[in-house]
Ligand binder design. Sequence first.
Ligand code: PRP
Ligand code: URA
Length: 210
Amino acid sequence: MRLHVADHPLITHKLTVLRDRATPSPVFRSLVEELVTLLSYEATREVRTERVDIETPVSPTTGLRIGDPKPLVVPIIRAGLGMLDGFVKLVPSVEVGFVGIRRDESTLQPETYAKRLPEDLSNRQCFVLDPMLATGGSLAATVQFLFDAGAQDVTAICLVAAPEGVHHMEEQFEGRDVKVVLGALDSGLNEHGYIVPGLGDAGDRLYGVA
Ligand code: PRP
Ligand code: URA
């Protein structure tokens, strides 16, 4: 597994506003969308392209475009849905799958309640969206669903992570083609499994309900 932690003042600035408990839901939603766009730049660095001949108004030339099979993006419902529009704006040809997981807050184990993915992901590049990588259970379960369906490689984009979640991913996907792109790597988890300093419950802050 490979890890990339963003190091850019614009990302840190937006994350700082996002973390602030005084930031209301509408601003929080806009910031999540802006942040996923910025992080997607790194996350799509290895997206597969094919050569294409075009004509500019001046001359014929050769360029690159994202070809087939199309990449698949999977937001982890709920909070990952807040990142979908930002990603799709950047890669409009992407196809979208869905995984619904909620963490049992007493055991911290992920519980899958929805899954709508193409049956065969052979040779497909996949991207997973979830703002929070805490224990890593939810992300690891989702990445495993994609590999089980034959995905070639998986890149996850998370806004904030704890080292515990990164270690979980490293252990489970050692030697697999998994990349995790983060906006920030925080200090750790508290006794309730929340990222410290983190930003609280991302789903609650995005949608205004617990
Ligand atoms: C949050 C978050 C991740 C998960 C991270 O979702 O969006 O999916 O927790 O925790 P983990 O790394 O310990 O698995 P939550 O379960 O709160 O559901 P929600 O998105 O519906 O609010
Ligand atoms: N899920 C969240 O939304 N926030 C955390 O800090 C941990 C899990």
